[in-house]
Design a protein around this ligand. Structure first.
Ligand SMILES: Cc1ncc(COP(=O)(O)O)c(C=O)c1O
Length: 382
Protein backbone atom coordinates (compact mmCIF):
# COMPACT_ATOMS: atom_id res chain seq x y z
CA UNK A 1 0.00 0.00 0.00
CA UNK A 2 1.19 3.51 -0.86
CA UNK A 3 2.34 5.37 2.26
CA UNK A 4 4.27 8.12 0.48
CA UNK A 5 3.29 10.28 -2.49
CA UNK A 6 6.60 10.90 -4.28
CA UNK A 7 6.29 14.03 -6.46
CA UNK A 8 6.40 13.45 -10.19
CA UNK A 9 9.26 14.82 -12.23
CA UNK A 10 9.13 17.03 -14.21
CA UNK A 11 6.40 19.41 -13.06
CA UNK A 12 5.64 21.82 -15.87
CA UNK A 13 3.69 24.94 -14.84
CA UNK A 14 2.59 28.39 -16.02
CA UNK A 15 6.05 29.43 -17.25
CA UNK A 16 6.36 26.38 -19.48
CA UNK A 17 2.80 26.87 -20.70
CA UNK A 18 3.58 30.49 -21.60
CA UNK A 19 6.74 29.43 -23.43
CA UNK A 20 4.86 26.87 -25.53
CA UNK A 21 2.04 29.36 -26.22
CA UNK A 22 4.63 31.93 -27.37
CA UNK A 23 5.99 29.46 -29.90
CA UNK A 24 2.53 28.63 -31.24
CA UNK A 25 1.74 32.32 -31.54
CA UNK A 26 4.94 32.92 -33.50
CA UNK A 27 3.85 30.36 -36.12
CA UNK A 28 7.47 29.21 -36.29
CA UNK A 29 7.85 25.74 -34.81
CA UNK A 30 11.15 24.45 -36.15
CA UNK A 31 14.55 25.71 -35.02
CA UNK A 32 14.77 29.48 -35.08
CA UNK A 33 14.96 32.29 -32.52
CA UNK A 34 14.03 30.28 -29.41
CA UNK A 35 16.64 27.63 -30.17
CA UNK A 36 19.33 30.20 -30.92
CA UNK A 37 18.60 32.09 -27.71
CA UNK A 38 18.68 28.86 -25.67
CA UNK A 39 21.98 27.82 -27.28
CA UNK A 40 23.52 31.14 -26.37
CA UNK A 41 22.31 30.99 -22.77
CA UNK A 42 23.37 27.37 -22.32
CA UNK A 43 26.86 27.96 -23.77
CA UNK A 44 27.28 30.84 -21.38
CA UNK A 45 26.03 28.75 -18.42
CA UNK A 46 28.53 25.97 -19.18
CA UNK A 47 31.22 28.54 -19.91
CA UNK A 48 32.04 27.38 -23.42
CA UNK A 49 32.07 29.21 -26.74
CA UNK A 50 29.45 27.29 -28.68
CA UNK A 51 26.33 25.20 -28.13
CA UNK A 52 24.07 23.52 -30.67
CA UNK A 53 20.53 22.35 -29.89
CA UNK A 54 19.50 18.93 -31.22
CA UNK A 55 16.57 16.54 -31.22
CA UNK A 56 18.03 14.43 -28.39
CA UNK A 57 21.26 13.45 -26.63
CA UNK A 58 21.80 10.32 -28.73
CA UNK A 59 21.99 12.50 -31.83
CA UNK A 60 24.59 14.61 -30.05
CA UNK A 61 26.80 11.58 -29.36
CA UNK A 62 26.42 10.43 -32.97
CA UNK A 63 27.30 13.87 -34.35
CA UNK A 64 30.28 14.17 -32.02
CA UNK A 65 31.79 11.02 -33.56
CA UNK A 66 30.78 12.02 -37.10
CA UNK A 67 32.39 15.43 -36.60
CA UNK A 68 35.63 13.68 -35.64
CA UNK A 69 35.49 11.59 -38.85
CA UNK A 70 35.42 8.36 -36.91
CA UNK A 71 34.55 5.32 -39.00
CA UNK A 72 35.49 1.81 -40.12
CA UNK A 73 38.64 0.45 -38.46
CA UNK A 74 38.60 3.02 -35.66
CA UNK A 75 38.16 2.24 -31.98
CA UNK A 76 36.39 4.39 -29.42
CA UNK A 77 36.81 3.83 -25.68
CA UNK A 78 33.44 3.73 -23.93
CA UNK A 79 31.89 2.97 -20.57
CA UNK A 80 30.11 -0.31 -19.88
CA UNK A 81 28.06 1.35 -17.15
CA UNK A 82 25.77 3.83 -18.86
CA UNK A 83 22.70 4.23 -20.98
CA UNK A 84 23.05 2.42 -24.34
CA UNK A 85 23.50 5.62 -26.40
CA UNK A 86 27.00 6.36 -25.11
CA UNK A 87 28.29 3.22 -26.83
CA UNK A 88 25.70 2.48 -29.55
CA UNK A 89 26.70 5.81 -31.11
CA UNK A 90 30.03 4.14 -31.99
CA UNK A 91 28.18 1.49 -34.01
CA UNK A 92 26.28 4.27 -35.80
CA UNK A 93 29.65 5.28 -37.32
CA UNK A 94 30.60 1.62 -37.92
CA UNK A 95 33.52 1.93 -35.53
CA UNK A 96 34.46 -0.50 -32.75
CA UNK A 97 33.50 0.22 -29.12
CA UNK A 98 36.15 -0.72 -26.58
CA UNK A 99 34.62 -1.18 -23.16
CA UNK A 100 36.91 -0.22 -20.28
CA UNK A 101 36.37 -0.78 -16.60
CA UNK A 102 34.97 1.92 -14.29
CA UNK A 103 36.58 3.17 -11.07
CA UNK A 104 34.99 2.87 -7.67
CA UNK A 105 34.72 6.50 -6.56
CA UNK A 106 32.66 8.01 -9.35
CA UNK A 107 31.60 4.91 -11.28
CA UNK A 108 32.95 6.71 -14.36
CA UNK A 109 35.71 5.29 -16.58
CA UNK A 110 38.94 4.49 -14.77
CA UNK A 111 41.89 6.56 -16.09
CA UNK A 112 44.35 3.63 -15.73
CA UNK A 113 42.03 1.31 -17.63
CA UNK A 114 41.57 3.89 -20.38
CA UNK A 115 45.34 4.17 -20.75
CA UNK A 116 45.76 0.38 -20.94
CA UNK A 117 43.27 0.23 -23.81
CA UNK A 118 44.71 3.03 -25.95
CA UNK A 119 46.16 1.81 -29.26
CA UNK A 120 46.96 3.46 -32.60
CA UNK A 121 43.32 2.71 -33.52
CA UNK A 122 41.83 4.73 -30.65
CA UNK A 123 40.19 7.80 -32.17
CA UNK A 124 38.09 9.06 -29.25
CA UNK A 125 37.23 8.50 -25.61
CA UNK A 126 33.62 8.88 -24.46
CA UNK A 127 33.23 9.26 -20.73
CA UNK A 128 29.97 9.45 -18.79
CA UNK A 129 29.45 11.53 -15.66
CA UNK A 130 27.10 9.16 -13.93
CA UNK A 131 23.89 10.43 -12.31
CA UNK A 132 25.36 13.90 -11.82
CA UNK A 133 28.59 12.70 -10.13
CA UNK A 134 31.63 13.98 -12.05
CA UNK A 135 34.02 11.36 -13.47
CA UNK A 136 37.77 11.68 -12.76
CA UNK A 137 37.89 14.39 -15.33
CA UNK A 138 41.29 16.00 -14.71
CA UNK A 139 43.13 12.68 -15.02
CA UNK A 140 41.17 11.80 -18.15
CA UNK A 141 41.81 15.19 -19.76
CA UNK A 142 45.52 14.65 -19.06
CA UNK A 143 45.38 11.30 -20.91
CA UNK A 144 43.48 12.83 -23.80
CA UNK A 145 46.21 15.48 -24.11
CA UNK A 146 49.09 13.04 -23.62
CA UNK A 147 47.91 10.78 -26.47
CA UNK A 148 46.20 13.46 -28.59
CA UNK A 149 42.89 11.59 -28.47
CA UNK A 150 39.70 13.69 -28.50
CA UNK A 151 37.58 13.47 -25.37
CA UNK A 152 33.78 13.46 -25.56
CA UNK A 153 31.91 14.06 -22.32
CA UNK A 154 28.49 12.46 -22.08
CA UNK A 155 27.09 14.97 -19.62
CA UNK A 156 23.48 13.85 -19.98
CA UNK A 157 23.08 13.67 -16.19
CA UNK A 158 25.24 16.60 -15.17
CA UNK A 159 23.56 19.90 -15.99
CA UNK A 160 25.45 22.11 -13.57
CA UNK A 161 27.98 19.76 -11.92
CA UNK A 162 31.48 21.16 -11.63
CA UNK A 163 35.05 20.27 -10.72
CA UNK A 164 37.25 22.94 -9.18
CA UNK A 165 34.61 25.48 -10.17
CA UNK A 166 34.72 24.56 -13.85
CA UNK A 167 31.46 23.19 -15.22
CA UNK A 168 31.25 19.61 -16.41
CA UNK A 169 30.78 19.79 -20.15
CA UNK A 170 33.63 22.27 -20.54
CA UNK A 171 36.52 19.81 -20.17
CA UNK A 172 36.34 17.64 -23.30
CA UNK A 173 36.61 18.66 -26.94
CA UNK A 174 32.86 18.05 -27.23
CA UNK A 175 30.23 17.53 -24.56
CA UNK A 176 26.72 16.22 -24.94
CA UNK A 177 23.71 16.86 -22.71
CA UNK A 178 20.40 15.04 -22.97
CA UNK A 179 17.34 17.20 -22.32
CA UNK A 180 14.95 14.28 -22.24
CA UNK A 181 11.82 14.67 -20.14
CA UNK A 182 13.33 12.78 -17.19
CA UNK A 183 16.50 14.86 -17.10
CA UNK A 184 17.17 17.80 -14.76
CA UNK A 185 16.84 20.18 -17.69
CA UNK A 186 13.77 18.75 -19.31
CA UNK A 187 12.21 19.68 -22.65
CA UNK A 188 10.42 16.45 -23.61
CA UNK A 189 12.97 15.26 -26.16
CA UNK A 190 16.05 17.34 -26.81
CA UNK A 191 19.81 17.49 -26.60
CA UNK A 192 22.58 20.07 -26.74
CA UNK A 193 26.27 19.79 -27.59
CA UNK A 194 28.93 22.20 -26.36
CA UNK A 195 32.43 22.90 -27.62
CA UNK A 196 35.10 25.58 -27.59
CA UNK A 197 36.38 24.54 -31.00
CA UNK A 198 35.13 26.58 -33.98
CA UNK A 199 35.90 23.85 -36.54
CA UNK A 200 33.95 21.26 -34.56
CA UNK A 201 31.10 23.74 -34.14
CA UNK A 202 30.99 24.44 -37.88
CA UNK A 203 31.07 20.76 -38.70
CA UNK A 204 28.30 19.78 -36.26
CA UNK A 205 26.29 22.75 -37.50
CA UNK A 206 26.41 21.30 -41.02
CA UNK A 207 25.87 17.68 -39.97
CA UNK A 208 22.84 18.68 -37.90
CA UNK A 209 20.74 19.86 -40.80
CA UNK A 210 21.21 18.62 -44.37
CA UNK A 211 24.68 20.07 -44.56
CA UNK A 212 25.93 20.72 -48.05
CA UNK A 213 28.46 18.26 -49.53
CA UNK A 214 28.78 15.74 -46.73
CA UNK A 215 26.25 13.08 -45.66
CA UNK A 216 24.29 14.74 -42.91
CA UNK A 217 21.10 14.47 -40.94
CA UNK A 218 18.01 16.20 -39.71
CA UNK A 219 18.81 16.34 -36.01
CA UNK A 220 17.37 19.78 -35.30
CA UNK A 221 15.82 20.96 -32.05
CA UNK A 222 12.25 22.29 -32.22
CA UNK A 223 11.29 25.80 -31.13
CA UNK A 224 9.17 24.26 -28.36
CA UNK A 225 12.24 22.52 -26.95
CA UNK A 226 14.29 25.73 -27.23
CA UNK A 227 11.62 27.73 -25.40
CA UNK A 228 11.25 25.07 -22.68
CA UNK A 229 15.03 24.84 -22.38
CA UNK A 230 15.23 28.53 -21.51
CA UNK A 231 12.63 28.13 -18.75
CA UNK A 232 14.38 25.02 -17.42
CA UNK A 233 17.73 26.78 -17.41
CA UNK A 234 16.31 29.69 -15.43
CA UNK A 235 15.24 27.24 -12.67
CA UNK A 236 18.19 24.87 -12.85
CA UNK A 237 20.44 26.34 -10.15
CA UNK A 238 17.61 26.53 -7.59
CA UNK A 239 16.57 22.97 -8.32
CA UNK A 240 20.17 21.74 -8.23
CA UNK A 241 20.67 23.34 -4.80
CA UNK A 242 17.63 21.53 -3.43
CA UNK A 243 18.87 18.20 -4.82
CA UNK A 244 22.31 18.74 -3.33
CA UNK A 245 20.69 19.47 0.04
CA UNK A 246 18.55 16.34 -0.28
CA UNK A 247 21.63 14.23 -1.07
CA UNK A 248 23.48 15.48 2.02
CA UNK A 249 20.46 14.88 4.25
CA UNK A 250 20.26 11.32 2.96
CA UNK A 251 23.95 10.80 3.48
CA UNK A 252 23.64 11.80 7.14
CA UNK A 253 20.58 9.61 7.65
CA UNK A 254 22.48 6.58 6.37
CA UNK A 255 25.69 7.31 8.21
CA UNK A 256 26.71 4.05 9.94
CA UNK A 257 24.01 2.05 8.18
CA UNK A 258 25.17 -1.54 7.80
CA UNK A 259 23.69 -2.25 4.37
CA UNK A 260 23.50 1.01 2.45
CA UNK A 261 25.92 3.87 1.95
CA UNK A 262 24.86 7.10 0.26
CA UNK A 263 27.41 8.23 -2.29
CA UNK A 264 28.44 11.88 -2.35
CA UNK A 265 30.77 13.46 -4.88
CA UNK A 266 34.37 14.22 -3.94
CA UNK A 267 35.61 17.29 -2.10
CA UNK A 268 36.71 19.41 -5.05
CA UNK A 269 33.53 18.62 -6.97
CA UNK A 270 29.91 19.69 -7.02
CA UNK A 271 27.62 16.88 -8.11
CA UNK A 272 24.04 17.72 -9.01
CA UNK A 273 22.49 14.35 -8.14
CA UNK A 274 20.33 13.60 -11.13
CA UNK A 275 19.73 10.66 -8.82
CA UNK A 276 21.27 9.96 -5.43
CA UNK A 277 23.17 6.67 -5.50
CA UNK A 278 23.13 4.13 -2.71
CA UNK A 279 25.83 1.51 -2.56
CA UNK A 280 24.69 -1.86 -1.24
CA UNK A 281 27.62 -2.61 1.06
CA UNK A 282 26.45 -5.94 2.48
CA UNK A 283 24.63 -8.78 0.81
CA UNK A 284 20.90 -8.20 1.10
CA UNK A 285 18.69 -11.27 0.91
CA UNK A 286 15.80 -10.90 -1.56
CA UNK A 287 16.87 -7.40 -2.62
CA UNK A 288 14.54 -7.34 -5.63
CA UNK A 289 11.53 -8.21 -3.50
CA UNK A 290 12.45 -5.52 -0.97
CA UNK A 291 12.87 -2.90 -3.70
CA UNK A 292 9.52 -3.83 -5.17
CA UNK A 293 7.86 -3.53 -1.73
CA UNK A 294 9.37 -0.04 -1.34
CA UNK A 295 8.10 0.91 -4.81
CA UNK A 296 4.61 -0.21 -3.83
CA UNK A 297 4.83 2.08 -0.81
CA UNK A 298 5.58 4.95 -3.21
CA UNK A 299 9.39 5.19 -2.88
CA UNK A 300 10.98 5.09 -6.33
CA UNK A 301 14.23 3.39 -5.28
CA UNK A 302 15.46 1.28 -8.22
CA UNK A 303 18.49 -0.57 -9.55
CA UNK A 304 20.44 1.27 -12.22
CA UNK A 305 21.64 -0.38 -15.46
CA UNK A 306 22.87 -3.73 -16.69
CA UNK A 307 26.45 -3.82 -18.04
CA UNK A 308 26.52 -2.75 -21.65
CA UNK A 309 29.17 -5.15 -22.92
CA UNK A 310 26.57 -7.89 -22.41
CA UNK A 311 23.89 -5.94 -24.34
CA UNK A 312 22.48 -7.56 -27.52
CA UNK A 313 23.67 -4.61 -29.65
CA UNK A 314 27.21 -5.88 -29.13
CA UNK A 315 26.30 -9.57 -28.99
CA UNK A 316 23.77 -9.81 -31.82
CA UNK A 317 22.09 -13.05 -32.80
CA UNK A 318 21.98 -11.89 -36.46
CA UNK A 319 24.43 -9.82 -38.44
CA UNK A 320 22.74 -6.44 -39.02
CA UNK A 321 22.55 -4.92 -42.52
CA UNK A 322 25.41 -2.51 -41.80
CA UNK A 323 27.62 -5.43 -40.74
CA UNK A 324 29.64 -5.79 -37.53
CA UNK A 325 32.54 -3.31 -37.44
CA UNK A 326 34.74 -5.63 -35.38
CA UNK A 327 34.42 -8.33 -38.08
CA UNK A 328 35.43 -6.06 -40.96
CA UNK A 329 38.50 -7.20 -42.94
CA UNK A 330 40.30 -3.93 -42.25
CA UNK A 331 39.91 -4.35 -38.51
CA UNK A 332 42.57 -6.35 -36.71
CA UNK A 333 42.25 -4.89 -33.22
CA UNK A 334 41.43 -6.35 -29.80
CA UNK A 335 37.78 -7.16 -30.53
CA UNK A 336 38.44 -9.05 -33.77
CA UNK A 337 38.57 -12.42 -32.05
CA UNK A 338 36.74 -11.62 -28.84
CA UNK A 339 33.11 -11.71 -27.83
CA UNK A 340 31.90 -8.61 -26.02
CA UNK A 341 30.01 -10.65 -23.45
CA UNK A 342 33.26 -12.40 -22.46
CA UNK A 343 35.10 -9.18 -21.54
CA UNK A 344 36.02 -9.21 -17.82
CA UNK A 345 35.61 -5.85 -16.07
CA UNK A 346 36.16 -6.26 -12.33
CA UNK A 347 34.52 -3.10 -10.96
CA UNK A 348 31.70 -3.07 -13.48
CA UNK A 349 30.89 -6.70 -12.75
CA UNK A 350 30.98 -5.93 -9.03
CA UNK A 351 28.66 -2.89 -9.02
CA UNK A 352 26.46 -3.47 -11.97
CA UNK A 353 23.56 -4.26 -11.89
CA UNK A 354 22.88 -5.04 -8.21
CA UNK A 355 25.17 -3.07 -5.92
CA UNK A 356 24.07 0.45 -6.86
CA UNK A 357 20.54 1.75 -6.30
CA UNK A 358 19.21 5.12 -7.41
CA UNK A 359 16.67 7.48 -5.91
CA UNK A 360 15.55 10.63 -7.73
CA UNK A 361 15.28 13.60 -5.37
CA UNK A 362 14.12 16.38 -7.68
CA UNK A 363 12.19 19.26 -6.07
CA UNK A 364 9.64 19.44 -4.57
CA UNK A 365 11.17 16.45 -2.75
CA UNK A 366 12.36 17.98 0.53
CA UNK A 367 13.72 17.11 3.99
CA UNK A 368 10.39 15.75 5.30
CA UNK A 369 9.94 13.39 2.41
CA UNK A 370 13.58 12.32 2.51
CA UNK A 371 13.25 11.50 6.23
CA UNK A 372 10.10 9.46 5.66
CA UNK A 373 11.73 7.60 2.78
CA UNK A 374 14.85 6.88 4.85
CA UNK A 375 12.75 5.26 7.59
CA UNK A 376 10.99 3.01 5.09
CA UNK A 377 14.22 2.09 3.28
CA UNK A 378 16.00 1.25 6.54
CA UNK A 379 13.05 -0.86 7.72
CA UNK A 380 13.01 -2.80 4.49
CA UNK A 381 16.67 -3.19 3.53
CA UNK A 382 18.46 -4.79 6.44
C1 LIG B 1 24.10 8.73 -19.90
C2 LIG B 1 23.15 8.98 -21.05
N1 LIG B 1 23.66 9.28 -22.24
C3 LIG B 1 22.87 9.52 -23.30
C4 LIG B 1 21.50 9.45 -23.20
C5 LIG B 1 20.66 9.66 -24.41
O1 LIG B 1 19.89 10.80 -24.34
P1 LIG B 1 18.54 10.95 -25.16
O2 LIG B 1 17.50 10.10 -24.50
O3 LIG B 1 18.23 12.41 -25.08
O4 LIG B 1 18.81 10.52 -26.55
C6 LIG B 1 20.92 9.14 -21.97
C7 LIG B 1 19.46 9.06 -21.84
O5 LIG B 1 18.91 8.65 -20.85
C8 LIG B 1 21.76 8.90 -20.86
O6 LIG B 1 21.26 8.57 -19.66
Amino acid sequence: MKTIEWPKWPQYGPEEQAAVARVIKSNQLFADREVKAFEKEYASYIGCNYALGLGNGTQGLHLALAALNIGIGDEVIVSPYSWISSSSCVLMQNAVPIFCDIERDSLGLCPNEIEKNITHRTKAIIIVHMFGYPAKINEIVALSEKYGIPLIEDASHTHGSSVEEKKIGNFGLISVFSLHQRKALSVGDGGIVCTNNKKIYDKIYKLRSFGHEELSYNYRMTEFAGALGKVGLSKLETFNSQKIENAFILQKLFDNNDHLKVRISRENEIGVYYAVLFEVTKNVVKLDLKISRLNKKGIPLIKTWKPLHKHPHFNPKFIPARGLPWKENDYTGKMKNMKYKDIKLTNTDYYCPSRILQLEVHPPVDKNLIELAAIEIKNEIN
